[in-house]
Write a protein that binds this ligand. Structure first.
Ligand code: DC
Length: 215
């Protein structure tokens, strides 16, 4: 890794259960960088809103919760619940909320030695100048299967068809909202993990970043 300029910023975007979180954590470990799961920020805001009884369509009220967010509280196990994921998709559509979370994400990435951020709009909006950008995806059926197995391992009762329907609903909501929709940046490298195991996906992600660093 000689010759790496700092801060080294790596942007990973993609839909739910594409493998982007696993890849982001592995890249962070490989390059010795901190990692920010930006979906957790939206989930934490959603949980705060649900707990405070704040209407999820009220931009200014939800944004006030976003401004008060403590990054240290973003690894709460309750953030993984389905109802929180659905609420996160709703609050993520509010421009006031996205705006309130912009600075915290950019500050995280700007401090040396850099960072790996994963989300939906990292390469397009948060870090358009990121050194390396990946757009990680997989076929919806494959993502549903992964999420179903994950939920089953946690003992959450659900069916694969239900999980697939939920993934399709969230994909549609996240990619068609007017503000910062899920989209591949023109300079993001596409990594389809449908037919890859985790080790192979991580190896390819490292190759992509290495190619960018060398460029
Ligand atoms: O990746 P995730 O499932 O934890 O994300 C939760 C929700 O937050 C998801 O519906 C999309 C949204 N999100 C977003 O709009 N922008 C991001 N940078 C990260 C997540």
């Amino acid at each position: 890794m000689a010759g790496v300029r700092h801060p080294l910023t790596i942007a990973i975007d993609g839909p739910a259960a594409s493998g982007k979180g696993t890849i982001a954590r592995a890249l962070a470990r490989h390059y010795g960088l901190p990692h920010l799961d930006t979906g957790a920020l939206y989930r934490a805001v959603a949980l705060a809103a649900l707990e405070a009884g704040v209407d999820l369509t009220q931009g200014p009220a939800v944004a006030a919760l976003a401004r008060a967010l403590d990054l240290d509280h973003c690894d709460d196990a309750r953030l993984r619940a389905d109802r929180v994921a659905r609420a996160a998709s709703a609050v993520a559509a509010l421009p006031e909320v996205r705006n309130a979370l912009l600075d915290v994400q950019r500050r995280f990435a700007a401090a040396p030695p850099g960072a790996v951020l994963d989300g939906r709009d990292i390469g397009t909006v948060i870090l358009p100048q990121a050194r390396a950008k990946l757009f990680v995806t997989a076929r919806p059926e494959v993502r549903a299967r992964r999420r179903f197995l994950e939920l089953a391992a946690r003992g959450t009762p659900t069916s694969e068809a239900e999980v697939l329907a939920d993934i399709r609903r969230r994909d549609l909501a996240d990619s068609t909202r007017p503000t910062a929709p899920l989209a591949r940046a023109p300079d993001a490298v596409l990594l389809d993990t449908s037919d890859l195991d985790i080790d192979e996906a991580v190896r390819r992600a490292i190759d992509i970043v290495e190619a960018r660093i060398a460029a």
